[in-house]
Design a protein around this ligand. Sequence first.
Ligand code: ZN
Length: 158
Amino acid sequence: MVHLRIKKTHTGRGVFAGETIPKGAVITHMQGKEHVWDEVEKLIKNGKVRLDDPFQIGEEDFLLLDRLSVLFNHSCDPNAGINKERDLVALRAILPGEEICYDYSATVCTHSSWVMRCKCGSSVCRKKIGNVRTIPLAVRKKYKAKGLLSAFIRSELV
Ligand SMILES: [Zn+2]
């Protein structure tokens, strides 16, 4: 098990490395309860789920992530990514105290109209993020080559 710490950030809470995490290491497995979009939409409307939190796993299928998985924040220059097994893996060595982030857009299908203002602060920040097509092509290709786009998204991009 990788040692992780949950700490406050400028946007709420986030997950930080509690030890050095080597490149390629599995940080955690993204898991939660599966729901179809209609159910998720109702939960968002009722204020039970935040709009940015549902994790897409298929055209109509989402996970409401568990208490840890939901706390990982987005970055436009992420140090982690999610593979086909839904493991969050380190894209480079992550030092103790560094926040662990992945690119939310890599999990959002092209039909989605979801948008989020980004305050990740990276030099390549896209400011407003949305579905997978809002990722610059070169970055999207890099994610695809590393197996960091979900199967339902990869098939859409062909
Ligand atoms: Zn950003």
